[in-house]
Design a protein around this ligand. Structure first.
Ligand SMILES: Cc1ncc(COP(=O)(O)O)c(C=O)c1O
Length: 286
């Protein structure tokens, strides 16, 4: 099933258990930004958007002041530039949830990629939450799909919602097999991908008109001093010439800039840091 389905099923199951309807999440989370409001349109649930440029804290949760069906935290928070909270802040959020009897759900679409930042076993990170979704097709490079984890009662409660949301595919084995292959081939290299991202970000520094964010994981953002549409047009021309597609430009939060995400993964070895720098230089000053 898709992550969009898995997370709706998870949050609906938690809400059905408690009878509460409010779900706390970050305004930049995938559920809040990228799912066309599915959680609120398809369920009697209400999103309480908390957190600013970074992740929300246990103190912010405390200030919500109303019963919560669940708290969701996205690790890393992609639309905020693939940001992660510090480990102690994450533990505080988990402790707050447990002390207040609120299930903590982890959007771990890129949890594999987050692990090197914490330097702790994946099981310890996932163990902070009551339910966890992981994607098969981001860092693992699988065909698509995801896994949802939690205790047996929780998973039983999600099953009817997965059916109702049309999440059951006739055959899932191609997705599972490709994810297993990713666990063999790519999972052992997550720290290498993060290290390459850090080195690349460093290599891109100092280009006039380019702002480079510092990566915590394999992904980070760059901002170029031009309009996103103009950058996209220049990029199409460059891709025509080099036969290499590198970036997708969108509006940047920095006024007057366009933004692109860079994610290092299993196929990134095919291009060098210098080739990427040359492309960025040509895009910002054609
Ligand atoms: C953070 C995050 N959560 C959830 C999803 C949804 O996953 P899917 O594409 O499998 O529905 C995505 C997909 O990009 C994502 O980035």
């Amino acid at each position: 099933m898709k992550g969009v389905v898995a997370q709706q099923a998870a949050l609906r199951a938690w809400a059905d258990r408690s009878g509460w309807s409010a779900v706390a999440l970050h305004p930049a989370s995938h559920i809040a930004v990228d799912e066309r409001g599915a959680l609120e349109q398809l369920h009697p649930l209400r999103c309480i958007r908390i957190g600013g440029s970074g992740h929300f804290s246990a103190d912010t949760l405390q200030s919500v002041g109303e019963p919560l069906a669940a708290v969701t935290i996205e690790l890393p928070l992609r639309r905020a530039g693939f940001r992660l909270p510090e480990w102690s802040d994450l533990v505080d959020v988990s402790d707050w949830c447990h002390e207040h009897g609120v299930p903590l759900h982890l959007d771990g679409a890129r949890l594999w990629e987050a692990q090197p930042f914490y330097g702790r076993p994946l099981a310890e990170i996932a163990g902070l939450a009551d339910s966890v979704y992981v994607s098969f097709y981001k860092g693992l490079g699988g065909l698509g799909g995801c896994a949802l984890a939690g205790d047996a009662d929780f998973l039983t409660a999600t099953a009817p919602w997965v059916t109702r949301l049309g999440g059951e595919l006739f055959a899932t084995y191609p997705y599972v097999l490709s994810a297993l292959q990713g666990m063999d081939d790519r999972l052992p290299h997550m720290a290498d991908y993060r290290d390459r991202a850090v080195a690349l970000a460093h290599h891109l520094e100092g280009i006039p008109g380019v702002i480079v964010e510092q990566p915590q994981v394999n992904g980070f953002r760059i901002h170029l001093a031009s309009d996103a549409e103009e950058l996209a047009a220049r990029h199409r021309d460059l891709a025509d010439e080099t036969r290499t597609w590198l970036f997708r430009f969108t509006d940047s939060p920095v006024a007057g800039y366009g933004m692109a995400e860079i994610q290092i993964g299993g196929t990134s070895a095919e291009i060098t840091d210098q080739e990427i720098r040359t492309a960025v230089e040509r895009l910002v000053a054609p």
